[in-house]
Write a protein that binds this ligand. Structure first.
Ligand SMILES: [Zn+2]
Length: 502
């Protein structure tokens, strides 16, 4: 408590002290009451009611047993009295949280959405790599999506278009390797601008995949993002601690770009890029925030990353950059650890490889930091990939909250719901109705057992559903019921910025 200066001059008598304690207690009770006021609008039956759950809302930091009424996909009642509904969910003993919002999910098809839903994710956004055709991307998922979806305009895609390389997930030809001409940079700017006019949520960057993209080229892309108030979701230019070319230098580049252009910056998977430098990167971001720069970041709870073996990340010298060797790479398709021979063989064909470059201490420090959000960086293809796709959120709640006590349940849920919603809501106003439990908010819910929630996916078996998530609702529709995924239901809606916004 901060006392006014004049009051501080007088010594506190015992009476005054007791009075203050009573006042403190009284204000706490009042605060608790106003932060989660019981509300009920009518007695008509709701489409869905969720009864007796431990309702946690990170925005008001309230945590209390309440009943919820939902109609037309929206929260209509938050009450201590019994509510009637056509569908009744008994959430006794379970936590009722806003649905988890994943800012970094590459896999955006039915297979991936199933695993996200079973991990509690109700909104999955592809903001790092993004796409080159916003309209086509949204059209492909219209009325066909289990969960809410959205995408950024990608610098990688813009570069592939400008350099006439066929569009792929990551560039491997000219767009990956050479510097751009001024004309090509102009073409990339136009590509991003078109995407933003068509409602792209953000602008995505994978600078490490385009090592010859100049600092000027990156600044030019940030300038476009700034004009549209779009956050730049950046996989930074360098990883690790080795200078020159450290992750610290890479973070300086993008914080500078944000300061120069005014574009909001979001640094993706800080722990896998930072490695041992992660605490320093987190300090730099906290300092930039204290100077009023709009900089945020995210992490995922695993000691290995995963990427394409053909990408520029594995160019000459990668062992030194990551501080690892062939044995620290695991071929995703078979689970085998690599050797010098198999590395060069697979490098020719391409494919996903897990990179064991982090320690548990680094990962825990990143998850605990008050400035990180949780985001998965997930993608599964025919059941192959990284366990983070299916287990990121349940792993944080089971391992880091319940088992390790590394952070509180409230703080963990804040990183999964409110913080990602706030990251995007200036450009995408509909995000103001996500990540919160309040009247009028979207009825996206994740309802789980905090005592049993656990990730089951592993590096050997990445396609295993998490357990302990009992019910998931997307826009008021049950997609997980009694721990079982529901079939033939597609309540997911687009998360998209207003068209032609400027
Ligand atoms: Zn990345």
């Amino acid at each position: 408590m901060i006392l006014p200066q004049r009051a501080q001059r007088y010594a506190e008598g015992p009476q005054r002290k007791a009075m203050k304690q009573i006042l403190c207690l009284a204000s706490l009770i009042v605060l608790a009451a106003i932060s989660f006021p019981p509300k009920s609008s009518s007695q008509a039956p709701y489409d869905v009611v969720i009864l007796n759950g431990r309702v946690i809302d990170p925005e008001t930091r309230s945590d209390a047993v309440r009943n919820l009424g939902i109609s037309n996909g929206v929260i209509k009642a938050i009450s201590t009295s019994k509510l009637q509904g056509h569908t009744v969910i008994d959430a006794r003993g379970l936590v009722v949280s806003p649905g988890f919002i994943d800012l970094h999910q590459h896999g955006q098809d039915e297979e991936n959405y199933r695993f996200k839903a079973m991990d509690g994710v109700t909104t999955a956004l592809e903001l790092e790599v993004g796409t080159g055709d916003i309209d086509a991307w949204y059209a492909q998922r219209d009325q066909k999506s289990l969960i809410n979806y959205g995408v950024s305009a990608g610098h990688l895609a813009a570069r592939m278009v400008a350099m006439h390389e066929p569009l792929k997930f990551l560039p491997t030809g000219d767009a990956a390797r050479r510097a751009a001409t001024d004309a090509e940079i102009d073409e990339m700017k136009q590509q991003l601008e078109r995407g933003l006019q068509r409602g792209a949520v953000a602008v995505g960057f994978g600078i490490q995949y385009t090592p010859n993209a100049s600092r000027w080229e990156i600044l030019e892309m940030f300038r476009v993002a700034a004009r549209y108030g779009a956050s730049c979701h950046v996989h930074m230019r360098h990883a690790g601690v080795k200078e020159p070319g450290s992750s610290i230098q890479a973070l300086e580049e993008v914080i500078s770009a944000a300061a120069i252009t005014g574009a909001p910056l979001h640094v993706v998977h800080i722990q896998s890029t930072g490695g041992p430098a992660t605490p320093k990167l987190l300090q730099m971001i906290a300092e930039a925030k204290s100077r009023k720069l709009d900089v945020t970041t995210e992490c995922y709870p695993y000691i290995a990353g995963m990427t394409d073996i053909k990408s520029a990340i594995f160019d000459e010298g990668w062992q030194e950059v990551f501080g690892i060797d062939y044995k620290d790479l695991q071929w995703a398709a078979t689970g085998e650890r690599l050797t010098k021979e198999t590395f060069s063989e697979y490098r020719k064909t391409g494919g996903m490889v897990a990179v064991f470059s982090m320690t548990e201490e680094i990962v825990t420090a990143a998850i605990k930091s008050p400035i990180t959000m949780i985001a998965s960086d997930g993608i599964l293809e025919n059941g192959k990939g990284h366990p983070r796709t299916a287990g990121t959120y349940s792993r944080v709640l089971g391992n880091y909250v319940r088992e390790q006590h590394a952070l509180t349940l409230m703080d963990a849920l804040t990183k999964m719901t409110l913080m990602p919603a706030q990251r995007l809501e200036k450009r995408v106003p509909l995000m103001r109705n996500k990540g919160r439990i309040r009247l009028g908010a979207d009825a996206d819910f994740t309802i789980f057992d905090p005592q049993s929630i656990v990730d089951k996916s592993t590096f050997q078996e990445p396609a295993k559903y998490a357990e302990g998530i009992k019910f998931v609702l997307v826009n008021g529709v049950l997609i997980v019921k009694d721990g079982q995924l529901q079939s033939n239901t597609y309540p997911g809606r687009p998360v998209r910025a207003p068209l032609n916004s400027n």
